[in-house]
Ligand binder design. Structure first.
Ligand SMILES: Cc1cc2nc3c(=O)[nH]c(=O)nc-3n(C[C@H](O)[C@H](O)[C@H](O)COP(=O)(O)OP(=O)(O)OC[C@H]3O[C@@H](n4cnc5c(N)ncnc54)[C@H](O)[C@@H]3O)c2cc1C
Length: 396
């Protein structure tokens, strides 16, 4: 074993030395996204959150396009063609600013663009992807319905053939980016099973009222999609997807980003708690000098960096084409659950200040309540893993 004199110093920001796993290009992506979020999100996000709005969403989307963050790991059509690890690092940095910004990027890239890229015709790809990669067109992804969330196979939205046209009727609920989208990827029942449609949002019969009064993901646009006799030409259907496999593979891609992203929210809360514990004094010394506080910080650091290590492992598997959906469920289940725990513990260290928007902790904690639910709830991922472990399907 080498002597301690030769060991690199302990880095509180990277206690496991996980940066050693990153290539210079990975670090460059991370720095770019971190810098963008520091300039364009962090100074304003508390105000956006308080007002419950994302006022500059179109401008932000264009800027995110300019730094290559939209459809980042897709190839061609103006996309950056980044690795899965780089995409994950970007998600982490964006969510360290706010889960709403990461949601904007995930829905655009991993859901709407991914669906068109993987299942669309060449013409659909040419029509939508370059403008979406540039942030000129925002996309949304409509799967969930008011009465069908965890069980999308039971969806009621229906696309009926009328001559060569399709006519869509139904409702979608809780759709991120819905009211600001130029294209909605909508999943609907048809006589041939579930199909996906690229719906230009200016089509008569389509509307997307925004959902207000949210206490989570307040700096994010969330909408209902209303489809009343929306008539689309034959070529609006995504030719490559029939059945639930289509939307589920998109969700798997987006969930992978969440595995990283949740650790961003957790990192922000952890760093805030460490800073606070070093400076806030009670009983004549800093909170960080008490063993009980140190136990909290040590446990938070362990879960934070274990979570990042897990995300990195899954990223390498994705880059190698070996990442299974069950492994994504493993990561989403663990990392979001642990991230919430880290945020809640940070909240306790900040005492009353923990509930103030002056600090990011409560904002992250309430955001993560949505992240815990969307892209498959805790229970759905437990059922996915339970089925894989036992061979027994306990979904219904
Ligand atoms: C802010 C936000 C943004 C969103 N963005 C999008 C989006 O862009 N596109 C989109 O399509 N959807 C989106 N969603 C919807 C999200 O994916 C759903 O909320 C999620 O799938 C859960 O569905 P539900 O809310 O209807 O809950 P339900 O399915 O009604 O579940 C309620 C509870 O019951 C549990 N449950 C359900 N079935 C079982 C079972 N078999 N066994 C045990 N427990 C069970 C669930 O785990 C959960 O705890 C978003 C949601 C939020 C909050």
């Amino acid at each position: 074993m080498s002597t301690s004199a030769k060991l690199p110093p302990f880095d509180p920001a990277d206690p496991l030395g996980l940066d050693d796993l990153l290539e210079p290009e990975d670090l460059a992506v991370r720095d770019t996204v971190r810098g963008w979020a520091a300039d364009r999100v962090l100074p304003y996000v508390a105000e956006w959150y308080e007002k419950g709005e994302l006022p500059q969403i179109r401008e932000l989307a264009r800027e995110l396009g300019a730094i290559g963050a939209l459809g980042m790991s897709l190839d061609g059509y103006g996309c950056a063609g980044a690795s899965a690890v780089q995409h994950g690092l970007a998600c982490l940095e964006l969510e360290a600013a706010d889960s709403g910004i990461r949601s904007l990027v995930s829905v655009q890239g991993s859901l709407a663009m991914y669906a068109i890229h993987r299942f669309g015709s060449e013409e659909q790809k040419q029509t939508w992807l370059p403008r979406m990669a540039a942030g000129e067109v925002i996309g949304c992804f409509g799967l969930t319905e008011p009465d069908h969330g965890s069980d999308p196979a039971s969806m009621r939205t229906y696309a009926k053939k009328d001559g060569t046209d399709w006519v869509l009727n139904g409702r979608k609920m809780w759709i991120t980016n819905g009211s600001v989208a130029g294209v909605a990827v909508v999943w609907a029942q048809t006589d041939e099973g579930i199909r996906g449609f690229a719906v230009p949002t200016g089509t008569p019969g389509f509307s997307a009222p925004e959902i207000k009064h949210k206490w989570s993901l307040r700096a994010s646009v969330t909408s209902e999609l209303v489809l009343d006799d929306v008539r689309l030409p034959a070529d609006a259907v995504l030719p490559g997807a029939t059945g639930l496999r289509g939307p589920l593979s998109c969700l798997s891609h987006a969930r992978y980003g969440i595995v990283w992203g949740a650790m961003g929210a957790a990192r922000s809360c952890f760093e805030t708690a460490v800073d606070y514990a070093r400076t806030r004094e009670q009983f004549g010394r800093p909170l960080g000098g008490f063993q009980l506080t140190q136990a909290k910080l040590a446990d938070m650091a362990v879960e934070l960096h274990k979570g990042i290590l897990l995300a990195h492992h899954l990223g390498r598997r994705m880059d190698a084409g070996r990442l299974r959906p069950e492994q994504v469920s493993f990561g989403k289940l663990n990392n979001v659950r642990e991230a919430i725990e880290i945020c809640r513990t940070a909240r306790t260290i900040l005492g009353a200040n923990g509930i103030s928007l002056e600090y990011p902790v409560m904002r992250h904690a309430t955001n993560l309540e949505s992240v815990l639910t969307y892209e498959g709830t805790v229970e759905m991922h437990q059922l996915v893993l339970g089925k894989a472990l036992t061979g027994l399907d306990a979904f219904r």
